[in-house]
Write a protein that binds this ligand. Structure first.
Ligand SMILES: [Fe+2]
Ligand SMILES: [Fe+2]
Length: 483
């Protein structure tokens, strides 16, 4: 079957890349498949593997109707390989090859760099499934449980997407990399996942919502810049992944938003004047706003680290080679080569954070991070609207980019959420005011009681405004009581 908008379901692996005509790659993927299922069963969602879950499956790449909703047992989910439609006469849009035909095969000189980009992206996909594997059993509703599993199966599909590229375009070393993607494990001492944030624990549902808001959004920015790639199969793969990714961030934004809504409602109902009276708010069985701020501080800082160092020759090389572009590259008005442009970079100058003009080419990571911060800020404003509407006097804000960093310009200093460099003594004194403490974690954990009645929600979170696939409020998203 040639490449089309519709997906071929006749092969074991649904696809729109003509796999049935490509026996070599089909065989390689079929050989990889049992290892993937093993991974899913042993390191994917804990429990619920025989439960019917109301999930969407990608059945087409038509933007107007690409998904179909139905009950499915997760191990039977059809993880497919789907690329966005090929654009006629697509060009390399940036770097030294700007204007040339986009590559349909891997350019020999960039093989190693390209493989590295695909492996790093691929590694994050199964990592988050591993991080979230324990959450099913404390789901605050069937609706939320379904959303968790939807995110998980789609991250699984994203792994398939990257593995397809490795098998199709990289031969033997591609196959080895595909094996390694199943061998590394989030948080493992010997074989951890490649990036820091993907080795952190996701201990509770608030962490999950913060993760899908902040860390999946890093994923969005990375996919957006890979979608600009001159290597056309990578571009098309990432473009389709972005359609799914939007739901992951929706889960995060609305999950945090519903938590805030419930907290504010409880504060008002109890007549609490001061929303920072943590003890009083916690007695109501909801998560106080200062703790929500600390959670946001942590997840934002961890996610900023994923952008790498502000100044990076690797990033410059990826760009000049036409492999990884900027966010919305083709909409930017400049020469798309950046040989003489500059870009303002936050740096430490005499113990203060200042903007310093640096060559735009080596500041590619900084620019993508700036775009990310602007994107994050929009959702935070929507959360503030929820607080405002409830008449509670509190505002959430993103911490400064220098706060709690492990990578880049600010890794060597301690900074407050306002971006002031502080001493180690001051940091030690203030740390528990700025980041979730052990006691905060214990309190949140105490609220994580499962709520699996149809249409019911745990007392710390509000019901969503609308159901998934427009289903009514009491819809049975997960058939928990029947296997
Ligand atoms: Fe993903
Ligand atoms: Fe995602």
């Amino acid at each position: 079957m040639p490449e089309t908008n519709n997906v071929d379901y006749s092969t074991k692996i649904p696809n729109n890349v003509g796999l049935s005509d490509d026996q070599r790659v089909l065989k390689a993927l079929e050989q990889w498949h049992p290892g993937y299922i093993d991974w899913w069963m042993s390191r994917g969602p804990e429990g619920f593997q025989t439960t019917q879950v109301y999930l969407r499956t990608a059945v087409s790449i038509d933007p107007k109707g690409w998904a179909k909703f139905d009950y499915v047992r997760m191990p039977e989910y059809r993880w497919g390989i789907l690329l966005a439609p090929r654009q006629e006469d697509r060009r390399v849009n940036f770097g030294t090859h700007k204007g040339e035909q986009a590559w349909q095969e891997v350019p020999g000189e960039y093989r190693a760099m390209l493989r590295r980009l695909i492996v790093v992206q691929g590694d994050t996909e199964p990592a988050s499934v591993e991080q979230q594997r324990h959450l099913g059993k404390t789901a605050p509703s069937l609706y939320d449980m379904r959303n968790l599993f939807q995110v998980n199966v789609e991250e699984g599909r994203h792994l398939w997407a990257m593995v397809y590229l490795l098998h199709k375009y990289f031969g033997k070393d591609g196959r080895e990399e595909a094996e390694e993607l199943l061998a590394r494990q989030s948080g493992d001492a010997d074989k951890p996942r490649m990036l820091g944030a993907f080795n952190e624990a996701t201990p509770d549902w608030l962490s999950f919502f913060m993760f899908t808001y902040f860390t999946d959004r890093d994923g969005k920015m990375q996919l957006e810049s890979l979608a600009q790639s001159g290597f056309d199969p990578l571009s098309r793969t990432c473009r389709f992944m972005l359609t799914e990714e939007a739901h992951h961030m929706f889960v995060g934004e609305t999950g945090v938003g519903r938590t805030i809504e419930r907290t504010c409602e409880a504060i008002k109902a109890a007549g609490i004047e001061d929303p920072t009276d943590i003890a009083a708010v916690r007695r109501l069985g909801v998560i106080d706003l200062p703790t929500l701020q600390k959670k946001a501080n942590l997840h934002f800082a961890l996610s900023l680290d994923l952008f790498g160092s502000e100044m990076s020759t690797n990033a410059a090389n990826y760009y000049s080679s036409g492999l990884k572009g900027r966010f919305q590259e083709t909409r930017i008005e400049d020469d798309h080569r950046l040989t003489s442009a500059s870009y303002p970079v936050s740096k430490l100058v005499d113990g203060k954070v200042k903007l310093v003009d640096e060559p735009a080419l080596t500041a590619i990571n900084m620019r993508l991070r700036d775009d990310y911060v602007a994107d994050c800020a929009k959702g935070v404003e929507r959360w503030n609207k929820v607080i405002e509407k409830a008449g509670v006097n509190f505002r959430l804000k993103l911490p400064h980019v220098a706060f709690h960093r492990q990578i880049g310009e600010f890794a060597s200093v301690k900074a407050s959420p306002e971006g002031d460099v502080v001493s180690h003594t001051e940091w030690a004194q203030m740390k528990d005011q700025w980041l979730p403490s052990k006691a905060d974690g214990d309190f949140i954990e105490s609220l994580m009681q499962p709520c699996w009645e149809r249409g019911k929600f745990a007392p710390w979170i509000s019901a969503p405004k609308i159901g998934i696939d427009n289903k009514p409020g009491d819809f049975e998203y997960v058939k928990i009581h029947q296997a």
